[in-house]
Ligand binder design. Structure first.
Ligand SMILES: [Zn+2]
Length: 385
């Protein structure tokens, strides 16, 4: 069998940096064989300028919104952003497909090998049938009008069935959109359907979301008014958004909580007492999208101290200048300089793979896995193999 012997200025294994004289040995098809010492590797070592790292896992993307690149201005705030997505997301199928293809190329070329992708429609199925990436499709349900819950749920279930029929190689699960867009009854329907599954939810993306749950006041009132949504059945819980929605999930779901921009210390303390299994609740952060929409960032040190695992996402290209995990890493390094690169690379690789339940193949350089190989240097990140 033919092997490739790969050495960088450093090797990141998925867990930590390997020793300076270590070499990664992979089969020609990218299946990992071992990490060994350079003196034992023999001839033909390929040397790269940069960190050799397993392929990235982007745990939160919306590939079907790719045609909204450069359409929505920055710093609108979440309410303005959500309104613009609703009013501007329609486009011709050709435009959508070209934009999705371009976005997929950008993901692939910048070292992403697997994606947790939010889907409201079946638009991305064709792309995913031919894709080199692994996709976990989160079929998203929303609907804040209690009376419409059953119909919304049924529609999303039809989309899910289409994904299951047409993409048997993917994992596909129903998920709630966000605490401000899912009614209590719809949360209960989703809970019943998702026992033991991997779900995601946009959590505490704006300060207004907490205000809404605490007092039924704030910016979301304007959103519901503009969209003609009847909010009479909603009752404020008097608690933060997280503390209001998480108790709806009683089925041992694994929950990827996305954004967490306005989570606070009380929420973290409450979470630690509420959840039984720490691996059942994962924080996904999308810092460049938070800067784009709200011009703010999540309290990353607080999330690190919670001991829950952290993963990275880009969100959609509607709220990001690129779909490139190495740019998210750079932003975290820039604003949170106390967090070491080793930790952030774990979030980008092994933690993401574990969150999506694909760490048997992706996320680390361990014998038998085929995680993809990325070279990270000053020019960015590139998929080597
Ligand atoms: Zn999102």
């Amino acid at each position: 069998m033919l092997y490739r012997k790969i050495k960088g200025s450093k090797i990141f294994t998925g867990y930590h940096f390997a020793a300076a004289d270590d070499v990664l040995i992979v089969q020609e098809n990218g299946i990992v064989e071992a990490i060994i010492k350079e003196r034992e590797a023999g001839e033909g070592i390929e040397k790269f300028d940069g960190i050799v790292c397993p392929g990235f896992v982007n745990a939160h993307c919306h590939i079907e919104l790719s045609h909204l690149k450069n359409v929505i201005p920055q710093h609108t705030g979440l309410v303005g952003f959500v309104e613009q997505v609703i009013f501007k997301r329609d486009a011709g199928q050709d435009n959508k497909h070209q934009a999705m293809q371009d976005a997929e190329m950008e993901l692939y070329n910048s070292g992403t090998v697997a994606v947790g992708d939010i889907c409201n429609t079946a638009d991305s199925i064709g792309l995913k049938q031919r894709s080199k990436l692994h996709w976990h499709n989160f079929i998203e349900v929303s609907g804040f009008v209690a009376a419409g819950a059953a119909a919304r749920f049924e529609n999303a279930t039809k989309v899910l069935q289409k994904f299951e029929n047409d993409l048997p190689q993917c994992t596909n699960t129903l998920v709630p959109h966000a605490p401000y867009s899912v009614s209590k009854i719809l949360f209960e329907l989703i809970n019943n359907e998702t026992a033991s599954k991997i779900i995601s939810i946009h959590n505490q993306e704006a300060a207004a979301e907490n205000e809404w749950y605490k007092n039924k006041t704030g910016n979301f009132l304007a959103l519901y008014k503009n969209l003609g949504i009847d909010i009479s059945s909603f009752k404020a819980s008097g608690k933060s958004s997280l503390q209001s929605w998480l108790p709806y999930f009683k089925g041992n779901q694994k929950i990827i909580s996305v954004h967490n921009t306005f989570i606070n210390e009380q929420d973290i303390a409450w979470l630690a007492s509420f959840i039984i299994n720490i691996d059942s609740f994962i924080f996904c952060i999308c810092p460049n999208a938070n800067l784009y929409i709200e011009n703010t960032l999540p309290p990353v040190e607080l999330l690190v101290n919670s001991n829950n695992k952290i993963v990275l996402g880009t969100d959609s290209i509607a709220s990001n200048k690129q779909l490139n995990i190495s740019e998210e890493i750079k932003t975290i390094q820039k604003y949170f300089s106390g967090i070491g690169l080793e930790k952030i690379l774990q979030w980008a690789t092994l933690n993401g793979a574990a969150a999506l339940g694909i760490d048997d193949i992706f996320g680390s350089f361990e014998k038998g896995k085929k995680p993809g190989i990325v070279i990270i240097n000053d020019e960015g990140a590139k998929l080597l193999l």
